[in-house]
Structures are given as C-alpha cells and as structure tokens.
Design a binder for this molecule. Structure first.
Ligand code: FE2
Length: 321
C-alpha cells in the first residue's frame, strides 16, 4: 500500500474512532440521568433471574432464563426494536452464514432510555458476577472488573424464515453470551421449539435448548465444545449481548491470523488461555479436562466455526422429536 493511501486510511480510522468515543461519552452521560430507583429495581430483577434459574448441563452448561428482564423494560425494548426495524437504518450482519445476510440494529449508540438501562444492567459488576458464578469457579474481582459489554455486537438481530446459522463456538474473548428472544404474536409450540437457540452435543447433533418466547434468554460461556447456532421457521427477532474482556478482544482483532488453517492454533491457544486463567465449573477446574477438550474440539474452520459435511459446509439441524 503506498504512503498516501495508508495516510488516508489512518485518517479515516482515526475519525471513526473519535466519533465512536464521542458517542460512548454521550451515552455514559445520558446513563447518569437514569432514575436510580428504576435502575436498582431492574438490576435486582436480573440478578435474581441469574441466580434462581436452574442450570442446564446438556449438551453443555447453559441457562434458559424465562422473564430475564422486568416486564416494563422488555416492553420498552420491544417498542424500540419495532422502531429500529422499520426505520430503514438497519445494517447488514454477515457473520451468521456465507449464504445470506441477517439484519441488525446496533444499540451501543442508542440514547433510548430502555437501551441505556439495558446497557447499564449488563455492564454492572454485580450482574456480571452473578452470571459468571453460574459458569466459572469463584470469579475474582479482577476478572469481574475486566469485563464489559462488547459494543460492536450489542444489537437487535432480525432473521428471516428458513435460515440456518453456522454451527460455531463463540470467540475466546467472550466470557458470557446472551440471546434474548423477541417473539411476537401467538406461536405454536412447534414454532417456539424450532426457533430457539440450537446447542449441539459432542457429535454435533442438535439439541433445542429453549422455547422461542418473548423475554426468554439463553446464556452460556464459550469453550471448546459450546457448539451452537439457530435455524428459523419464522421471522426471528432477538437481542444479543456479549460480555468480553475488552483488552483481550482488541488484542484478538489486532493479532488474529485471517488465513489461519486447521487445527487453528491461535483460536485454540486463546481459548485454552481463557479456560486456565478463569476455570469453569463445567471442567471441574481440572487441567486435564481442558487439554482433553482442546484435543477433541470439532472446531475446524476460522473464527470457531464447525463444518461437518463432506464438502465442508455446515449442516442444518435435523428435526428432533
Ligand atoms: Fe454465537
């Protein structure tokens, strides 16, 4: 790349970064104006849902949380989603499959009161600690303080019917992953079951983990066999939140080898580092279990993806009765 192009690119990147910082400062200022009593009520609700929901252990540790948000907050977000979805400002989200593009509305720059509350809840150290405690062994203060929402993927997502998301494990920089469902109208039991998050067992066979119903969330912590995805029979609207170590995340995007080939040592190395520095209950804090999980992972494509047919493509989930 010649010098003038490089300078132009750097100038543009600098401008984008400064604009993003201004937005984040503005949203922090707006968040300080939120009603403290309402914030506390929301936070208490989410913490109690985090701690009271029974843990699902198969095919890997996860929570399927009914009523994750207080009803008034959920309804406020539902109205916001409807406005965003119909605003014409939706963006493309290309990472779900090479075959189609999902749509999305970013929330990190939203000044909507409900989006600000949601952001405050999931950036709160006590909330993060409550969810971490379901998946990690004695999460330390240092770990809790290092984690926050991943802004670039804090968003509503809209997927059309008859789609299928690549099977994958989330990036090693993600400590907690959430999908909150925005089901609308009356869905049949079959539609609820077929549109929830699909978790896969060690043989990459699908297990439907949750009914796709309003205000239910699926939450899990990424590791070597947290294979998951979704498929759709209806319009599937959701909100995704990832809790990351931002410094590790920045380092990942600076250093990741884009053309990395099997067995993807960079991805595996970062995942192993995460599991050893923040031991998970699922591995019983056992170093040998982590090594065994790394040796047997089915991840065989960049960015944690799992391709399982003879032509190297993801295979849609077979219907499970
Ligand atoms: Fe994912």
């Amino acid at each position: 790349m010649n010098t003038s192009i490089l300078t132009a690119v750097r100038t543009r990147v600098g401008r984008i970064r400064r604009a993003a910082r201004r937005i984040i400062v503005r949203s922090r200022q707006a968040a300080r104006r939120l009603d403290p009593a309402t914030s506390q009520r929301y936070k208490d609700h989410v913490i109690s849902r985090a701690l009271e929901t029974p843990l699902g252990e198969y095919p890997f540790f996860h929570l399927s949380i009914a009523e994750i948000l207080p009803p008034d907050l959920f309804e406020g977000l539902r109205k916001l989603m409807s406005q965003e979805k119909n605003s014409g400002a939706r963006q493309d989200r290309g990472q779900d499959s090479p075959l189609y593009v999902t749509r999305r509305s970013p929330l990190y720059d939203s000044m909507d009161r409900h989006a600000l509350h949601l952001r405050r809840i999931f950036n709160d150290p006590e909330v993060i600690r409550a969810f971490l405690s379901r998946f990690y062994v004695n999460p330390t203060d240092e770990l809790v303080q290092s984690l926050s929402i991943l802004d670039r993927e804090f968003e509503f997502t809209y997927c059309e019917p008859d789609r299928f998301q690549n099977i994958h494990c989330d990036l090693p920089t993600k400590y907690l992953s959430f999908v909150i469902y925005f089901a609308d109208g009356e869905l049949t039991p079959e539609e609820q079951r077929r549109n929830g998050t699909v978790l896969y067992n060690a043989d990459v066979e699908p297990v439907y983990s949750a009914e796709f119903e309003a205000n239910r969330a699926v939450c899990f912590a990424s590791h070597f066999r947290s294979y998951h995805g979704f498929s759709t029979t209806i319009h599937r609207d959701a909100l995704v939140i990832f809790i990351v170590d931002r410094s590790l995340n920045d380092a990942w995007f600076r250093a990741r080898p884009w053309a990395e080939k099997s067995p993807f040592p960079f991805w595996a190395e970062r995942m192993e580092h995460k599991l050893r520095s923040a031991p998970m209950l699922e591995f019983s804090n056992d170093p040998d279990a982590i090594s065994a999980a790394r040796a047997s992972t089915r991840v065989n494509a960049p960015e944690g993806r799992v391709l399982v047919d003879d032509d190297g493509r993801p295979v849609p989930p077979r219907q499970v009765h």
